[in-house]
Write a protein that binds this ligand. Structure first.
Ligand SMILES: [Zn+2]
Length: 283
C-alpha cells in the first residue's frame, strides 16, 4: 500500500514516527504550517518556522525515504493577533519556493472579522501564485462554519476545484461535495473521524476527490491513521485500487495542481542553514 499523508505536522513528530510511517507505506507527506500551541509574538518566528518547513524538515524526511512538501500561510488562530498579521505581507516571497504546494492551512477558527480578512487575502495569494489552497473547517459549529467558508471561496478568484476543504465529517460532507471542492478528512484517535466512520463516509460518498490524513501534530494523534484507514477499507470490501485512489492518487492529483510535486526523495532539498552534514542535534 503506497500512502501520501496530505496533512501532517512532522515538525512535532519524532524519527521513530518517520520509521514507522515508512514501514506502513507512507512515501510522501504534506506539512501545512499551523499554530504551534505557544502563541508567536512576532513575524520573525513565522519566518524561521517557514524555513524549517522548506529546508530542514524535507531533509529530515528524506533520511527516512519520505518526500516532504509544505503549505504556507498565516494560520486562522493567529490571524487574530496583530503582532502576527504582518506575515501576510511577507508570504509572497515564500510562496514562490519550489516545495510549497499550496497556501494553507487557512480558514476559520472563531469566525472573526480578522479571520475574514486573512482568509480572503490568502485565497487571493493562492490565485495570484497559481497555487491551490488547503482550507480547514472550524471544529466548533461545523456546518455554519463550512457554509461561511464556501461563501468566501465563491467570492474569491480561486475556483473550488483548486481548494481542499479539510477536517470534514458526516455533518459537512454533503455541503462540501456540493461546493465542488476537494474533500479532506482528518482521522484522530479521540476526536474528529475514526476509521469506521471514514469507511462509512466513503461507502456513502465514493472515493472521488476524497483525501484522508492523520493531521498528526503535538497533540494526541497517530501518524499511522492513514494506513489504518486503508486496512479498514480493504476489510470492508473496497479494492486495492480504491485504496490507492484515496491514499495516493487523490492527494497527488490535488497537490499536483501546484505543478511542484516531486515524489522522488533523491530530489529533496538540502537544509537551508550552514553545515549540511548535521544530521542530529545542534552541534
Ligand atoms: Zn493541521
Amino acid at each position: 500500500m503506497r500512502i501520501f499523508d496530505p496533512h501532517i505536522h512532522m515538525t512535532s513528530r519524532t524519527t521513530d514516527d518517520y520509521e514507522a510511517m515508512y514501514a506502513a507505506g507512507v512515501r510522501a507527506v504534506v506539512e501545512p504550517s499551523f499554530w504551534l500551541g505557544q502563541p508567536r509574538t512576532s513575524p520573525a518566528s513565522f519566518f524561521d518556522y517557514f524555513d524549517t518547513l522548506l529546508g530542514w524538515e524535507p531533509f529530515r524526511a528524506s533520511q527516512y525515504g519520505i518526500a516532504h512538501h509544505c503549505t504556507l500561510a498565516l494560520n486562522p488562530k493567529e490571524a487574530n493577533d496583530p503582532r502576527c498579521t504582518p506575515v501576510l505581507d511577507a508570504l509572497p516571497r515564500y510562496l514562490v519556493k519550489d516545495s510549497v504546494v499550496a497556501v494553507g492551512e487557512i480558514g476559520y477558527d472563531s469566525m472573526t472579522p480578522a479571520e475574514d480578512t486573512a482568509l480572503a487575502a490568502q485565497l487571493q495569494l493562492a490565485a495570484d501564485h497559481g497555487l491551490p489552497a488547503l482550507v480547514h473547517t472550524p471544529h466548533r459549529d461545523k456546518l455554519a462554519g463550512l457554509h461561511r467558508t464556501v461563501a468566501v471561496i465563491r467570492e474569491s478568484d480561486l475556483p473550488p476545484e483548486r481548494v481542499l476543504l479539510d477536517h470534514l465529517n458526516e455533518t459537512t460532507v454533503k455541503a462540501a461535495t456540493d461546493s465542488g471542492c476537494w474533500l479532506g478528512f482528518s482521522v484522530y484517535p479521540d476526536t474528529k473521524m475514526d476509521e469506521d466512520r471514514m469507511v462509512a463516509v466513503i461507502k456513502d460518498h465514493g472515493t472521488e476527490k476524497v483525501l484522508v490524513n492523520s493531521a498528526a501534530d503535538w497533540g494526541k494523534s497517530d501518524p499511522l491513521k492513514t494506513r489504518k484507514v486503508g486496512d479498514a477499507l480493504l476489510a470492508a470490501g473496497f479494492t486495492e485500487d480504491d485504496v490507492d485512489q484515496v491514499l495516493w492518487r487523490n492527494p497527488v492529483a490535488f497537490y499536483g495542481l501546484s505543478g511542484r510535486l516531486r515524489l522522488d526523495v533523491t530530489d529533496a532539498p538540502e537544509p537551508l542553514h550552514e553545515g549540511n552534514s548535521i544530521l542530529r542535534g545542534g552541534e
